[in-house]
Ligand binder design. Structure first.
Ligand code: PMP
Length: 366
């Protein structure tokens, strides 16, 4: 056996991750759907004070049940729905990636299936692989929507333990209508339907959150993150809302004290500044819509986007375009179906730099 004695199915696999390049070399970074706006000095001061308070207790383990944070997240989510979301309906972990991995640890596993519809978020098959869950990917239509009859049939045939539905979808930006979620919750039977709303806050007006459906479907889980609209990617805090029995089941698989005292304190302080941290969402949506209009006027194919990024194409050699942009100091993401590229929505200056670089690259030999 070769060294190290890694599980054979993991041998030779590259770890997941977009290139991380220094900002002084690549000033325009539009590749991982971050919020380009950082916190105010006032918010920074509150976060620093909260971290200092947490530091005073670092000799002790943190609150394993993170009650204060669950309570704050529940009241934050309750603002988005007609009824109330209670703290026992909320769970959190270090990013929504960890939340979803825990869901697969508890509800996937050997003999069970996880299902999504491609193109979809590329971490999902990794959660499945790492939890020995069988992975099935159905397909989206050419416009990246779901054909509900086909999707329902696939769910009935495969009987997945967990269905992963990003809405808005990454990398296409497509949001799911509520009736689609309802149909799949019913078709899933005892299986969980996880609606991944990492980009939920960027939805266009009139597209409701799946949170509204929680009282109707016991098997529905809605995941969210502080990484995107909330401008807290560095914080690593993702969370979910679901039936309390689902949260309880996750407690069986989570590592003890998985949320550090510093994470809990900083997340709580950041939630206290929610209006400020979310204040750029409207601007980012307007910037996204302007980007879509501009790309269309330049005759690109575009996937309609409810997120803070846009998938556009198609290029005979997308890698050459990606590289040409990088050579001009603009980093975007080479992802999605062949021929397409994904760009995150940044500040007006960053978008101007992207547009200028794209014109240059496509007018050169590429
Ligand atoms: N879901 C989707 C659809 C994503 O695109 C991402 C991040 N790229 C995540 C979940 C995970 O984000 P985080 O772990 O930062 O919460």
């Amino acid at each position: 056996m070769s060294f190290p004695p890694i599980r054979p199915e993991l041998a030779g696999i590259e770890p997941y991750g977009a290139p991380q390049l220094p900002i002084d070399r690549v000033p325009v970074q539009l590749n991982v759907n971050e919020n380009p706006y950082g916190p105010s000095e006032e918010c920074i001061a509150d976060i620093a004070a909260a971290a200092a308070d947490a530091a005073r207790t670092l000799n002790r383990y943190p609150d394993r049940e993170f009650v204060a944070l669950r309570t704050a997240l529940a009241s934050y989510l309750s603002r988005d729905v007609a009824g109330e979301i209670t703290p026992d309906q909320v769970w959190a972990a270090n990013g929504s990636n960890e939340v979803m991995l825990q869901l697969l640890q508890a509800f996937g596993g050997p003999g069970r299936t996880a299902l999504s519809f491609a193109p979809t978020y590329s971490m999902y098959p990794e959660y499945a692989r790492d939890t020995h869950t069988r992975w099935v990917a159905g397909r989206r239509e050419d416009d990246f929507s779901l054909d509900l009859d086909v999707a329902r049939d696939l769910v009935k045939t495969e009987q997945p333990g967990v269905i992963l539905l990003p809405s808005p979808n990454n990398p296409t930006g497509t949001a799911l209508p509520p009736d689609a979620i309802g149909v799949l919750c019913e078709a899933a039977g005892d299986g969980l339907v996880v609606v991944d709303e990492a980009y939920g806050e960027f939805r266009r007006a009139g597209v409701p959150s799946a949170l509204e459906l929680l009282p109707t479907y016991r098997n529905l889980v809605v995941t969210r993150t502080m990484s995107k609209a909330f401008a807290g990617a560095g914080l690593r805090l993702g969370y979910l809302a679901a039936d309390p029995a689902i949260c309880d089941a996750i407690r069986v698989v989570r590592l003890p004290y998985h949320l550090s005292a510093v994470t809990q304190a900083v997340a709580l302080a950041a939630l206290g500044h929610a209006p400020e941290l979310l204040s750029k969402v409207d601007e980012l949506r307007a910037e996204r819509d302007a980007l879509v209009d501009w790309l269309r006027s330049e005759s690109y194919d575009i996937a309609d986007s409810d997120a803070n990024f846009v998938l556009f194409g198609r290029f005979a050699d997308r890698h050459a375009v990606w590289q040409g942009l990088l050579d001009r100091g603009v980093l975007i993401r080479e992802t999605g179906p062949d021929g397409w590229l994904r760009v995150s929505v940044g500040t007006p200056d960053e978008m101007a730099a992207f547009r200028a670089a794209l014109i240059e690259v496509t007018q050169s030999d590429v």
